[in-house]
Each structure stands twice: as C-alpha cells, then as structure tokens.
Design a binder for this molecule. Structure first.
Ligand SMILES: [Zn+2]
Length: 870
C-alpha cells in the first residue's frame, strides 16, 4: 500500500464513512486526475479468497467504482521468448486461446464432493485493454515510458523511502538454471553455486520493461523452477501471484504485477519493495491514458442502493431458495401431545422475550442437551407455537434446522443465511429493497451467494426494520462445521450490541449438544437434562404409549424405563415398540425380561438393535455402508437398487418396487429401523437421527459389526460401493446386447428424452456413472489395490454412458479418451499414482481430450493431487 499511496498526486482526508461491517482500511485521493480508492489485504494475509473478501466490502462501501487495478508483486517466469527481469512489470492480457488470468489452485469442495470449475477466465474490460494497448504502442516509440520518471518523482517527494524502494542493483538479479536448487534454506544465495547462473545479456538500463500476457493466480506459492517452467511452457504463463483470481470473475479489473523473484527455490524478499513501486508506477501511467469521462463526479460517499429492476430483485429473491430449504424441519418428529409446553412457563424463556431484560441477554437463548434428548422436537414445537402466538405480526419468525445428513446447503451456514434471508424478505416485502444492494454482482444466482454477501444483506435487512422484531430459531448447531458456527455466532452476536437503543430487535434461539462448547458473552442457557419439565415430558410420552398395557407392575416398568433412559427421548422412542412386541408375545413377564436385556445408553441400544437377530445381515451391512459412504444422499429408489447391486443374481432378479411406500418399507427393514426417508420435495434415505451415524463411525459401531474387517472401514466401504456400481453398470450394458445407437447432440431434445428414459429405466445409473471411478479411487487410497479393476474396467461403455448424461456437448469424452485423462481431469490421485507406478500411463503430454493432454487438463481443472504426482 505504501508504494501505491506514494504514487498519489493528492491524498484526501480520511472520510471515515464506510459501510457497517467494513473493516478495510482505505486511502482516498487522486492519480492523474482520477479519483482513486486504495485498499490492501490485511498484513500477513495472502490469497485469492481474502482478496475477494476485501473487494466485496470495498464495493459495498464505494458502489460506483468504475474499474479495478490489482497492483502488487509476483514471481516471474522468464523464458527464451520472454526476457523477464526482476523489477519488470507483467500486465494481464488475454491472447487467443489463453485467458488474462488463470486460476491454478484447488477448487472449493462443493456438495457431493464435486469440484467447482476453477479458472473462469474473465477478460479485462475493454476500457483497460484499450488503455494498456495504447501504452504498449507508446512504449515502442518512447522506449522507457514514464515508470522511471514516476519512481524518481516519488523518491524526491518521500526521501525516507529511498533506502527501501530504490533499485537494488543488477548484480542482485540472478537467475539460476532451473535444475539447480537453492543451497542454504532460509539464507541468501551467497552460498549458491554461481557457475549455475543462467547467462543473460546485459540490459542497457535498469528501467523496467513491461510484459503483457497470462498471469497465473492461486492460493499456493510457487517456488520451484521446474513447476514454473512446465506451466509457462504449457500455458504461456508470464507471472505467478496470489490475488488476481479473487477479482477477475466479478470485478472489471486488470492485474499489474512487479516481478520480485523467479518463482523458484532461490526466491528472496530483496526485490519486493522495488517491484511494488514499479507496478504502482505502471498503474499511474495506465491511469494517465484512461479518459476522464470514465471517472465518477466525486469520490463516492458510501451508498448502498443502486438501481435494480423489480424483476431482477424477484429473481435474486428466488435464487435464495433451494430445494431442501424446509426438508429438515418437515422431517423432525412432531412433539407428542402434552409435551414441550413447559418451556413457555420456564423463567429463562420468558426473560428471553421480555423487552425490558433485553440488555441482560442481548436476545440470545441457547437450549442444550445430549444427543437424542429431543432438542429438535422442542425447537419445532416452540417455533410453531411462536408462529401461532404472533398472528398480529409484531414479530417476524424465521428458522433454520441444520441437517448433517442432508445436502451441502442443509449443513452449511451459507444455506442457513440463504434460508433466513429468504424467509425474512418474504415476511416483510418492504425489505426486498435490500436486494438492490450493489454488493451483489450482476448475474448472481444460487451458486454465487457468498457468506460475505449474505451476511451483509442480512445485516442491511435487519437494520431496515422499523417497528418489527425478528425471532430466529436455529437448530442443531453441532450438525454444521464448528468453524462456520463460531463465525456465525460471532456475526450474530454483533447484532445484540447494535440494537441496544432500538425498538426492533433480534431474538435468537439456538439449540445444540453440549459439545463443541461455544460460549456467548451474554445470553441465557436452558439445559434440558436439568429441567423437570423435560423429564415430565418423557413420563407423559411413556404413559400414552404404554396405556394399552395393564397390570400391577406397569408403574414399576415405566419408572425403570425412565431411569434407564437418562433423559434421552430417542432411547425411549426406540425402546417402546420393542417392549410392546415383547408384551404381545408373552405378557408382562416377557416385557420385564426384555427390559432387563435392553441396554441403557443410546449407543448400546443401537448395537442391540443392529445385532439382535441375524436376519438379512448382508442387506443390513450394505445398506449402512451406502448411507455412510455414498458421495451424496441417495433417493429411495437409488438406495433400493444400490443394496441389490451387491449381488449380480439378486440384481438381475430384482423387481422394480411399485411405489415409494414399498421402498420405504424395504429400507426400514434393511436398516433394522435405523434409516428412514426424509420429508423433502425429493426425499432421500437417511438415518433416523444424527446419533446413529455418530455411533457407527465415531464410536466404532461399524467396526464391531464387521468384525473380520481387514483394512480401514472407509476403504473397504468404498471398495464395496465400487463393486456395487460395477455390477449395476454391467447389468445395464448386458441389457443392450445389440450395442448402443449413436448419441444425439447433447443439447438436443432427443438427448434430453434419452436421459430421462434411461434414468427412469435404470434409476441408479446416473450415480454409478458419476461416482464409480471416484469410489475406486477412494478404495485405492490407502489399502485396497484396484489394479485388476483398472485392467478390467469397461472404459468404452462407461464413456458412452457418461456421454448420455452429459448435458454439454463439449464436455462429452471422445471414444478414444484414455483413463489417465479422466483421472487427471477429476483429480483422482490415488488411481493415478498406482497406475504411474505400474507404468500404465505414458505420454502424459499427448493430446486427447477437450483440454488437450492429461497434464494440461489437470492444471486447468486445478487437480492438485494429480499435479503433485506428475
Ligand atoms: Zn539460491
């Protein structure tokens, strides 16, 4: 920032008027007649994600910024064609077939384990491209341009900067041969072998030369000459840096990087300041050729609203919604009659809603209890009763129920913010003006919502409320990532302070297990285990469920059940049918005998249920492993066929189930009652409660079931799932003995019809095609060799089936595609490594797919694991 600031012709007083929640530090001023805002990444922070966060806040505070310059330093990639030296400047510019900036790092892991497309190569806006082309032309005439002049002027104006920001001298610009690694880690190149220096012609002056071309941007530092040269050869990259990709997609920007090292093991910090100054000087020169009519009339005062038509507002509102938005809530068991009412009489609950006590708790109530205690049911009940009680709309009521077993949006705070905001804006339509906010990029749709934008919008919406308060119920925090939850709790806590003097307030009720422990500075806490009302609920439930059983001893039985339950509702719910069955078989004596046998504690009960009889054990194991290890939740029909696929004969004789109800019964019996169907628009198979998964995975339940397990559970499960997928695909292939017809174009109506027909006929096929190889890769991971699977894999059939489901013609594989290309594209590093060790994959540079060679596709798709092996 110092370098850019020093390039300013005029520095304005700090306006201090940024929008709420914006923690950036800005310098405002003019450069070459343009009003400019400079922001920089917080000290010690790097990376494209941080850049995006800073830029988002900046756009929020200064909505009429016209264009963005990413000015900073980077590692150069010198080649025979591009004689890049330290202190030179590289400016991002696309060329035919190449983007201006390429993102080279790992994509974010999205729902279902797929990789988000990386490297969307946005072109710099025409305004900036034209300006940089104009400068380039001027340089041809006037050789050095104005960079040296600007630097000299700056050093005259700020003499203190001379020591750090002057040219370090050509004798310190040393380029070693790529094969020669740095000698002394942590030290300078003094001890490096000078005979390994690559000879280069002496330049007539030390003035920086400007290069135009592709910049690679990512979250990892490149400090290896061979990697540098490979990417430079393959993709024509001139410079590596760590910020530009955070801007290129959503901001009209150009990247300007001063070269401070050669992205190799000899990299040092000696040139960083000078490189920063030469980049800033180029930025200044670029501004000098941009016409002033593009500048805003005055530096923005922070403004939040801009024009957006009602249509796009409506579209934005709709894009907040998602398929599973209410499914967890719908799947929670409704409270038994007469239970949960105690909460409304609870003093803490009443204080929570007491306006006069707001300053004591800042609107926070936290309900905690053991797994299976019944928290979600209480939350659902409380929510619904709060809704009934608030008919006069003095309070708006919104809610989110985290669901670890569901899709990505059901167990992430992104999904939570989307859902809460959607409900809030629906309930108070006046707040929909929030969606005019300029922080939303044009063309934003469902997958583009970021935490920062959603938090900002939520904050703005709450601030806009005039006379209404908001009651917000958030259930099962423990079913989301702990860091996300901490971030969310911090964010929401900031509201409590903010609304101290306001009429409208935010009331938040969380529920979670006792661990992980997240503390609130102010707030009320209700511990279910300690509440008499909760124990009384259990007794009421038991009374009604066992009311048909008469006998002198029944009261003793109930007391024993309650004692053994330790206050866990789920335990009682599971035990009651077992007791009733025993009673039907042998009356009270049998019931009491059974009760003695049933273990206390949820985990022991699960184990008892799973091992009580030995019927259909194969189905049980395969069912549990599918639910635990499938790459995404399965629909009921998918799970039905997935279980059958364990055995080829079973699969070929399996009658397709008639309706969802018969599938539901099949899944219930296969899982011995521990799995069920979710109640969403598109139901999925899932465990009845998160504690079942915890028992099976974390508490070793699966290990104790599969006693003869030779390798890790995860690997052997992926191997099993891979085996099931193989069988299913073989069955599909065999059903077309005469071969397959030529495929219609992917975009055509015929192709859509074909996709629909095939997936109706073979419900599991889309899953198999998408994840079969991934399961094989996971199985290979640490233990189970897939060599013979690789050798026997019917690649041609798989490619054909894959192409059926691929909706984009260009993404279809050619018939001749090699497995190695597919592995590289999808970052299947385990199979890649195993194949390389066996010498299967040669010719990694030969072209063969949409993106050319396996190396190139791995690079472009950010296949980090595969790149490490290559
Ligand atoms: Zn060195």
């Amino acid at each position: 920032m110092a370098a850019a600031r020093a390039m300013m012709d005029e520095i304005h007083e700090d306006c201090g008027r940024t929008s709420h929640g914006d923690t950036n530090t800005y310098t405002l001023g003019t450069i070459m007649g343009h009003n400019c805002v400079i922001a920089c990444l917080p000290g010690g922070v790097y990376g494209t994600t941080s850049t995006t966060a800073v830029a988002n806040s900046m756009r929020f505070s200064f909505p009429s910024i016209q264009f963005w310059l990413m000015v900073g330093i980077g590692g150069g990639a010198p080649t025979d064609r591009n004689d890049i030296r330290l202190g030179d400047v590289v400016v991002s510019r696309p060329s035919p077939g190449r983007g201006a900036v390429i993102q080279y790092d790992y994509g974010k892991l999205m729902s279902g384990g797929r990789f988000e497309q990386t490297g969307t190569l946005n072109k710099p806006p025409p305004l900036l491209l034209t300006a940089s082309a104009k400068l380039e032309a001027e340089y041809r005439v006037r050789k050095d341009g104005q960079i040296p002049t600007f630097i000299a002027e700056m050093l005259r104006q700020y003499p203190d900067m001379k020591a750090k920001y002057s040219h370090p001298g050509v004798e310190h610009d040393i380029l070693f041969h790529p094969s020669y690694d740095h000698f002394d880690p942590g030290l300078t190149c003094r001890n490096c072998d000078k005979t390994q220096v690559k000879p280069r012609a002496t330049r007539p002056s030390t003035n920086p030369i400007v290069h135009y071309g592709t910049i690679a941007s990512g979250n990892q530092v490149i400090k290896d000459a061979k990697t540098r040269d490979k990417f430079s050869r393959e993709l024509g990259i001139l410079c590596f840096e760590m910020e530009a990709a955070g801007l290129m997609d959503n901001f009209p920007s150009i990247a300007i990087r001063g070269i401070c090292d050669y992205a190799d093991s000899h990299k040092s910090k000696q040139w960083q300041e000078y490189a920063a100054v030469s980049a800033a000087a180029y930025a200044k020169e670029l501004l000098s050729v941009i016409p002033h009519r593009y500048q805003a009339k005055e530096v923005d005062s922070p403004r939040i609203w801009s024009e957006k038509t009602p249509t796009s507002r409506k579209e934005l509102l709709e894009s907040l919604e998602f398929d599973e938005i209410y499914s967890r809530h719908a799947s929670i068991k409704t409270a038994h009659t007469q239970t949960c009412k105690w909460l409304f009489d609870n003093l803490k609950y009443q204080n929570w809603l007491n306006f006069n006590k707001y300053s004591e708790h800042h609107g926070f109530l936290w309900i905690k209890g053991k797994p299976g205690a019944g928290k979600s049911t209480i939350m659902k009940y409380t929510l619904e009763n709060a809704r009934k009680a608030m008919k006069n709309k003095e309070k708006v009521i919104i809610s989110f129920f985290f669901n670890a077993r569901g899709e990505y949006l059901e167990n992430s705070t992104i999904g939570m913010y989307r859902s809460l905001l959607f409900q809030l804006l629906l309930a108070v339509p006046d707040l929909q003006v929030t969606l005019n906010s300029n922080s939303i990029a044009k063309g934003t749709h469902g997958s583009d919502w970021s935490i920062e934008i959603l938090q900002n919008l939520f904050l703005q919406a709450i601030k806009q409320l005039t006379d209404q308060s908001v009651m917000c119920f958030i259930d099962a925090l423990d079913e989301c990532d702990e860091d996300e939850i901490r971030n969310m709790v911090d964010f929401l806590s900031s509201f409590g302070d903010m609304s101290d003097h306001r009429v409208s307030r935010l009331y938040i009720c969380f529920s979670s297990r006792h661990y992980p422990h997240i503390s609130l500075e102010t707030g009320l806490e209700i511990i279910l285990d300690d509440e008499d009302g909760h124990s009384e609920d259990l007794a009421k439930y038991l009374n009604s469920k066992l009311s048909s059983i008469k006998g002198k001893k029944i009261e003793e039985v109930k007391a024993e059940v309650l004692g053994k339950s330790s206050g866990i509702f789920l335990w009682v719910v599971l035990v009651v049918p077992i007791l009733r069955k025993a009673y039907d078989h042998g009356r009270m004596a049998a019931l009491r005998q059974k009760l003695r046998e049933i273990p206390s504690g949820l985990n022991d009960l699960f184990k008892d249920i799973l091992t009580r009889d030995r019927d259909n054990l194969e189905d049980l194991f395969v069912c549990l492993q599918w639910i635990l290890y499938s790459k995404r939740p399965l629909t009921p029909f998918e799970l039905f066929f997935a279980i059958q696929s364990r055995d080829v004969r079973e699969l070929s004789s399996a009658e397709p189930p008639e309706d969802t109800e018969s599938v539901r019964r099949f899944i219930l019996s296969s899982s011995k009652g521990l799995a069920e169907l979710s109640k969403s628009r598109r139901p999925n198979a899932q465990f009845i409660h998160e504690s079942v998964r915890d028992y099976l995975l974390r508490d070793g339940g699966m290990q104790s079931l599969l006693v003869d397990l030779q390798v890790g559970l995860a690997h052997s499960s992926h191997d099993l799932l891979r085996h099931c997928c193989d069988n299913y695909m073989a069955m599909v292939v065999q059903s077309h003995p005469a071969g397959w017809p030529n495929l219609p174009d992917a975009k055509s109506h015929e192709a859509a019809v074909l996709r629909k027909e095939i997936s109706e006929k073979f419900p599991l096929l889309p899953y198999v095609v998408e994840f079969l190889i991934k399961h094989a890769d996971d199985a290979e991971g640490e233990g189970i060799q897939q060599d013979s699977w690789v050798d026997g894999f019917p690649l041609k059939s798989w490619i054909y089936l894959h192409n059926i489901f691929e909706k984009h013609q260009v993404r279809r594989y050619k018939d001749s595609a090699r497995l190695v290309y597919i592995l590289a594209e999808n970052d299947l590093a385990n199979l890649m490594k195993a194949g390389m060790q066996r010498g299967l994959y040669t010719n990694l540079n030969s072209s063969g797919g949409r993106y050319g060679s396996p190396i190139r596709v791995a690079f472009l798709r950010g296949s980090k694991g595969v790149l490490e092996i290559l």
